[in-house]
Ligand binder design. Structure first.
Ligand SMILES: O=P(O)(O)O[C@H]1O[C@H](CO)[C@@H](O)[C@H]1O
Ligand SMILES: O=c1cc[nH]c(=O)[nH]1
Length: 234
Protein backbone atom coordinates (compact mmCIF):
# COMPACT_ATOMS: atom_id res chain seq x y z
CA UNK A 1 0.00 0.00 0.00
CA UNK A 2 1.04 3.58 -0.59
CA UNK A 3 -0.63 6.74 0.70
CA UNK A 4 -2.86 7.10 -2.37
CA UNK A 5 -3.04 3.51 -3.58
CA UNK A 6 -4.43 0.46 -1.78
CA UNK A 7 -2.74 -2.04 -4.16
CA UNK A 8 -0.38 -4.58 -2.67
CA UNK A 9 3.13 -4.98 -4.04
CA UNK A 10 2.88 -7.14 -7.14
CA UNK A 11 -0.70 -6.04 -7.95
CA UNK A 12 0.47 -3.48 -10.54
CA UNK A 13 2.13 -4.36 -13.85
CA UNK A 14 5.51 -3.03 -15.02
CA UNK A 15 3.73 -1.00 -17.73
CA UNK A 16 1.00 1.40 -16.60
CA UNK A 17 -1.28 3.48 -18.82
CA UNK A 18 -2.14 6.81 -17.18
CA UNK A 19 -5.32 8.64 -18.20
CA UNK A 20 -6.19 11.78 -16.24
CA UNK A 21 -9.79 10.66 -15.97
CA UNK A 22 -10.29 7.57 -13.75
CA UNK A 23 -13.38 6.66 -15.78
CA UNK A 24 -11.12 6.43 -18.85
CA UNK A 25 -9.16 3.85 -16.85
CA UNK A 26 -12.41 1.93 -16.24
CA UNK A 27 -13.31 2.18 -19.94
CA UNK A 28 -9.99 0.61 -20.92
CA UNK A 29 -10.33 -2.11 -18.29
CA UNK A 30 -13.88 -2.91 -19.44
CA UNK A 31 -13.25 -2.78 -23.20
CA UNK A 32 -9.64 -3.81 -23.84
CA UNK A 33 -8.38 -5.99 -20.97
CA UNK A 34 -9.02 -9.56 -19.89
CA UNK A 35 -8.93 -11.12 -16.41
CA UNK A 36 -9.10 -7.62 -14.98
CA UNK A 37 -8.84 -6.78 -11.29
CA UNK A 38 -9.57 -3.36 -9.80
CA UNK A 39 -6.68 -2.72 -7.35
CA UNK A 40 -7.41 0.87 -6.32
CA UNK A 41 -10.44 2.94 -5.37
CA UNK A 42 -8.75 5.39 -2.99
CA UNK A 43 -10.12 8.90 -3.73
CA UNK A 44 -12.03 7.36 -6.65
CA UNK A 45 -8.75 7.24 -8.60
CA UNK A 46 -9.45 3.87 -10.15
CA UNK A 47 -6.63 1.48 -11.03
CA UNK A 48 -6.89 -1.88 -12.81
CA UNK A 49 -4.56 -4.70 -13.81
CA UNK A 50 -5.43 -7.07 -16.62
CA UNK A 51 -4.05 -8.66 -19.76
CA UNK A 52 -3.83 -7.35 -23.31
CA UNK A 53 -2.82 -9.93 -25.91
CA UNK A 54 -1.53 -12.07 -23.05
CA UNK A 55 0.69 -9.29 -21.63
CA UNK A 56 0.05 -7.95 -18.15
CA UNK A 57 -0.72 -4.22 -18.07
CA UNK A 58 -2.20 -1.76 -15.58
CA UNK A 59 -4.19 1.39 -16.09
CA UNK A 60 -4.31 4.05 -13.40
CA UNK A 61 -6.18 7.38 -13.28
CA UNK A 62 -3.91 10.28 -12.30
CA UNK A 63 -6.34 13.20 -11.88
CA UNK A 64 -5.70 16.65 -13.32
CA UNK A 65 -2.55 18.72 -12.99
CA UNK A 66 1.09 18.21 -12.15
CA UNK A 67 0.89 17.73 -8.35
CA UNK A 68 -1.62 14.92 -8.86
CA UNK A 69 0.41 13.28 -11.68
CA UNK A 70 3.57 13.59 -9.53
CA UNK A 71 1.94 11.73 -6.63
CA UNK A 72 0.75 8.80 -8.75
CA UNK A 73 3.91 8.53 -10.86
CA UNK A 74 6.17 8.65 -7.78
CA UNK A 75 4.20 6.01 -5.89
CA UNK A 76 3.95 3.72 -8.94
CA UNK A 77 7.74 3.80 -9.30
CA UNK A 78 8.83 3.90 -5.65
CA UNK A 79 6.25 1.54 -4.12
CA UNK A 80 5.31 -0.71 -7.04
CA UNK A 81 8.50 -0.88 -9.15
CA UNK A 82 6.75 0.22 -12.37
CA UNK A 83 9.08 0.67 -15.36
CA UNK A 84 7.01 2.18 -18.21
CA UNK A 85 4.51 4.99 -17.62
CA UNK A 86 2.38 5.94 -20.63
CA UNK A 87 0.03 8.89 -20.32
CA UNK A 88 -3.05 8.83 -22.56
CA UNK A 89 -4.66 12.25 -22.37
CA UNK A 90 -6.60 14.95 -24.11
CA UNK A 91 -5.15 18.31 -25.15
CA UNK A 92 -5.99 21.61 -26.80
CA UNK A 93 -4.19 22.40 -30.06
CA UNK A 94 -2.62 25.83 -30.54
CA UNK A 95 -1.29 25.26 -34.10
CA UNK A 96 -3.37 25.49 -37.31
CA UNK A 97 -2.01 22.22 -38.73
CA UNK A 98 -2.88 20.27 -35.57
CA UNK A 99 -6.59 19.64 -35.83
CA UNK A 100 -9.35 18.00 -33.82
CA UNK A 101 -8.92 14.24 -33.30
CA UNK A 102 -5.26 14.32 -34.39
CA UNK A 103 -2.82 12.41 -32.19
CA UNK A 104 0.32 13.96 -30.70
CA UNK A 105 3.32 12.06 -29.37
CA UNK A 106 4.83 14.51 -26.89
CA UNK A 107 8.55 14.50 -27.60
CA UNK A 108 9.14 17.17 -24.96
CA UNK A 109 7.11 19.28 -22.56
CA UNK A 110 7.46 22.96 -21.64
CA UNK A 111 5.75 24.10 -18.47
CA UNK A 112 4.55 27.17 -16.57
CA UNK A 113 4.41 25.05 -13.41
CA UNK A 114 6.71 26.01 -10.51
CA UNK A 115 7.85 22.56 -9.34
CA UNK A 116 10.91 22.31 -11.59
CA UNK A 117 11.88 25.91 -10.77
CA UNK A 118 12.18 24.80 -7.14
CA UNK A 119 13.63 21.38 -7.91
CA UNK A 120 16.42 22.73 -10.15
CA UNK A 121 17.08 25.93 -8.20
CA UNK A 122 15.95 28.20 -11.06
CA UNK A 123 17.90 26.28 -13.74
CA UNK A 124 16.00 24.89 -16.75
CA UNK A 125 15.39 21.13 -17.10
CA UNK A 126 14.11 19.77 -20.44
CA UNK A 127 11.48 17.08 -19.77
CA UNK A 128 11.72 14.50 -22.59
CA UNK A 129 9.93 11.35 -23.70
CA UNK A 130 11.75 8.04 -23.62
CA UNK A 131 13.18 7.65 -27.12
CA UNK A 132 12.47 3.93 -27.48
CA UNK A 133 8.80 4.33 -26.46
CA UNK A 134 8.46 7.36 -28.73
CA UNK A 135 10.00 5.53 -31.68
CA UNK A 136 7.82 2.46 -31.20
CA UNK A 137 4.66 4.54 -30.74
CA UNK A 138 5.50 6.48 -33.91
CA UNK A 139 5.90 3.26 -35.91
CA UNK A 140 2.63 1.83 -34.56
CA UNK A 141 0.69 5.07 -35.16
CA UNK A 142 2.04 5.47 -38.71
CA UNK A 143 0.42 2.13 -39.53
CA UNK A 144 -2.99 3.50 -38.55
CA UNK A 145 -5.45 5.90 -40.11
CA UNK A 146 -4.55 8.82 -37.83
CA UNK A 147 -3.16 12.31 -38.35
CA UNK A 148 -0.01 12.11 -36.28
CA UNK A 149 2.25 14.85 -34.90
CA UNK A 150 5.44 14.55 -32.87
CA UNK A 151 6.74 17.56 -30.98
CA UNK A 152 6.65 19.84 -28.02
CA UNK A 153 3.63 20.40 -25.77
CA UNK A 154 2.89 22.83 -22.95
CA UNK A 155 1.99 21.35 -19.57
CA UNK A 156 0.13 24.20 -17.94
CA UNK A 157 -1.20 24.83 -14.45
CA UNK A 158 -3.99 26.84 -16.04
CA UNK A 159 -7.10 25.40 -17.62
CA UNK A 160 -8.87 28.76 -17.28
CA UNK A 161 -6.62 31.74 -17.95
CA UNK A 162 -6.98 35.29 -16.57
CA UNK A 163 -8.04 37.97 -19.05
CA UNK A 164 -5.42 40.51 -17.90
CA UNK A 165 -2.61 38.19 -19.12
CA UNK A 166 -3.70 38.64 -22.75
CA UNK A 167 -3.10 35.66 -25.04
CA UNK A 168 -1.36 33.12 -22.76
CA UNK A 169 -0.43 30.87 -25.71
CA UNK A 170 1.08 33.43 -28.14
CA UNK A 171 4.70 32.81 -27.17
CA UNK A 172 4.27 29.03 -27.16
CA UNK A 173 2.57 29.15 -30.58
CA UNK A 174 5.46 31.19 -31.94
CA UNK A 175 7.99 28.62 -30.73
CA UNK A 176 6.08 25.73 -32.36
CA UNK A 177 4.58 24.16 -29.26
CA UNK A 178 1.77 21.98 -30.63
CA UNK A 179 -0.79 21.80 -27.84
CA UNK A 180 -1.63 22.43 -24.21
CA UNK A 181 -2.39 19.88 -21.49
CA UNK A 182 -1.65 19.66 -17.78
CA UNK A 183 0.59 16.72 -16.78
CA UNK A 184 3.33 15.64 -19.21
CA UNK A 185 6.20 17.81 -17.88
CA UNK A 186 5.72 16.32 -14.41
CA UNK A 187 5.54 12.75 -15.75
CA UNK A 188 8.74 13.13 -17.80
CA UNK A 189 10.59 14.78 -14.91
CA UNK A 190 9.67 12.07 -12.40
CA UNK A 191 10.55 9.32 -14.92
CA UNK A 192 13.96 10.95 -15.50
CA UNK A 193 14.61 11.17 -11.75
CA UNK A 194 14.18 7.40 -11.39
CA UNK A 195 15.62 6.49 -14.85
CA UNK A 196 12.28 4.97 -15.94
CA UNK A 197 10.55 5.21 -19.34
CA UNK A 198 7.67 7.59 -20.01
CA UNK A 199 5.65 8.81 -22.99
CA UNK A 200 2.54 10.97 -23.39
CA UNK A 201 0.15 10.13 -26.20
CA UNK A 202 -2.43 12.89 -26.57
CA UNK A 203 -5.63 13.25 -28.56
CA UNK A 204 -6.63 16.76 -29.66
CA UNK A 205 -10.03 17.30 -28.04
CA UNK A 206 -10.12 21.09 -28.60
CA UNK A 207 -8.65 23.69 -30.93
CA UNK A 208 -8.10 26.69 -28.70
CA UNK A 209 -7.50 29.57 -31.19
CA UNK A 210 -10.24 28.30 -33.52
CA UNK A 211 -12.70 27.71 -30.65
CA UNK A 212 -13.50 24.16 -31.84
CA UNK A 213 -14.11 21.04 -29.78
CA UNK A 214 -14.84 17.40 -30.48
CA UNK A 215 -18.22 15.84 -29.85
CA UNK A 216 -18.45 13.15 -27.20
CA UNK A 217 -18.84 10.53 -29.95
CA UNK A 218 -15.69 11.74 -31.73
CA UNK A 219 -13.79 11.70 -28.42
CA UNK A 220 -14.84 8.12 -27.85
CA UNK A 221 -13.58 6.92 -31.27
CA UNK A 222 -10.35 8.86 -31.31
CA UNK A 223 -9.51 8.12 -27.70
CA UNK A 224 -9.87 4.46 -28.63
CA UNK A 225 -7.15 4.86 -31.29
CA UNK A 226 -4.84 6.42 -28.70
CA UNK A 227 -5.55 3.59 -26.25
CA UNK A 228 -4.80 1.01 -28.93
CA UNK A 229 -1.42 2.62 -29.69
CA UNK A 230 -0.55 2.72 -25.98
CA UNK A 231 -1.57 -0.91 -25.39
CA UNK A 232 0.61 -2.09 -28.29
CA UNK A 233 3.62 -0.62 -26.41
CA UNK A 234 3.22 -3.03 -23.46
O1 LIG B 1 -7.87 14.12 -20.54
P1 LIG B 1 -6.84 14.23 -19.45
O2 LIG B 1 -5.91 13.09 -19.40
O3 LIG B 1 -7.45 14.49 -18.08
O4 LIG B 1 -5.96 15.53 -19.83
C1 LIG B 1 -6.42 16.86 -20.00
O5 LIG B 1 -7.75 17.09 -19.55
C2 LIG B 1 -7.75 17.73 -18.26
C3 LIG B 1 -8.41 19.08 -18.39
O6 LIG B 1 -9.72 18.96 -18.81
C4 LIG B 1 -6.29 17.84 -17.85
O7 LIG B 1 -5.96 16.76 -17.04
C5 LIG B 1 -5.59 17.84 -19.19
O8 LIG B 1 -4.24 17.49 -19.17
O1 LIG C 1 -7.83 22.83 -24.05
C1 LIG C 1 -7.54 21.84 -23.42
C2 LIG C 1 -8.06 20.57 -23.73
C3 LIG C 1 -7.71 19.51 -23.00
N1 LIG C 1 -6.86 19.68 -21.96
C4 LIG C 1 -6.35 20.89 -21.63
O2 LIG C 1 -5.59 21.00 -20.68
N2 LIG C 1 -6.70 21.94 -22.37
Amino acid sequence: MSIHNQAKKGDIAKTVLLPGDPLRAKFIADNFLEDTVCYNEVRGMLGYTGYYNGQQVSVQGTGMGMPSMSIYATELIEEYDCEQLIRIGSCGSIQPEVQLRDIILAQGACTDNGMNQLRFGGLQFAPLADFDLLHRAYTIARGKDVNLHVGNVLSSDFFYNDEHIGDPFAVWQKFNVLAVEMETAALYTIAAKYKKRALSILTVSDHIPEGKSTTSEQRQTTFTQMMDIALKLV
